[in-house]
Write a protein that binds this ligand. Structure first.
Ligand code: SAM
Length: 245
């Protein structure tokens, strides 16, 4: 199995979702994403959630812009099914696409549904090799309307071993709390062993957020920044310039 395809396994999907609350400041990251998007003068009419999982980021956008049309892309049918189910009240305005964005052809399948006011992605693109990450950022740029935002909530490479250690400790503590609260019997050491040897770890290809922001600037995005960072997690992105304004 290609390492990132591990996300097609229902067991991996379930583990990620049951432990999401252990992600450091996960809600705050989504709040930062929304704060960025709300700086737009116009409401979001069309958005794309890339590597959408159960659609948590798109759901946040719909919470603020309930008449927006959304496209949700993932190559895990288990995830797409959860997204479809969770967002069924918006069914008429949403499209769910089973696509592998590791293959450049994904853009052709999405092109007619854009251009987009916002493209968001959560903990997903880091599964791609670095050269492909940069191409994906270019492909997203091509899918955006002028003034459209790309916001990536992402697992990135920390600059220090201490940040890596603090990230691991935070997640293990969080997972241990979830274990206890749900009546589980695993010790903290057992939780730690499971996390440190998790099967999806090999699928991570982490890169510093600064290197990724530099690419966004080179591609032509403006207002590029890392708007939030904790340990190995970052919210970064940029806006497609509006050459008429
Ligand atoms: C860690 S989950 C995050 C899900 C969601 N975005 C969130 O923030 O909770 C990563 C998601 O990216 C999807 N994914 C990974 N590589 C992909 C690819 N090449 N094409 C499409 N989806 C991909 C996985 O199937 C999974 O649903």
């Amino acid at each position: 199995m290609v390492t990132d395809e591990i996300w097609k396994l229902p067991a991996i999907v379930n583990r990620f979702l049951s432990y999401r609350a252990a992600i450091p400041l996960a809600q705050e990251q989504i709040s930062v994403m929304m704060s960025i998007l709300k700086t737009r003068k116009q409401p979001i009419q069309r958005f794309l959630d890339l590597g959408c999982g159960d659609g948590i980021l798109g759901a946040a956008i719909l919470g603020e812009y309930p008449s927006a049309r959304g496209v949700f892309v993932d190559f895990s049918e288990s995830m797409l099914e959860l997204a479809r189910e969770g967002l069924k009240e918006y069914a008429d305005q949403l499209a769910f696409e089973n696509l592998d964005y590791g293959d450049q052809a994904w853009v052709n399948r999405i092109d007619s549904k854009g251009p987009f006011d916002a493209v968001v992605s959560g903990y997903s693109i880091h599964h791609q090799p670095d050269s492909r990450k940069r191409q994906i950022y270019e492909e997203i740029f091509s899918l955006l309307k002028p003034d459209g935002w790309f916001v990536n909530i992402e697992h990135i490479a920390a600059e220090s071993q201490l940040a890596v250690d603090l990230f691991n400790r935070h997640v293990i503590d969080g997972r241990y709390s979830i274990e206890k609260a749900s009546g589980g019997t695993k010790t903290r050491q057992e939780i730690s062993d499971i996390f440190m040897n998790r099967p999806d770890k090999d699928a991570n290809i982490l890169l510093s957020v600064n290197a990724q922001c530099d690419w966004l600037r080179e591609i032509g995005y403006e207002e590029v920044d890392c708007y939030f960072r904790i340990y190995e997690l970052a919210v970064f992105g940029g806006r497609k310039p509006n050459l008429k304004s």
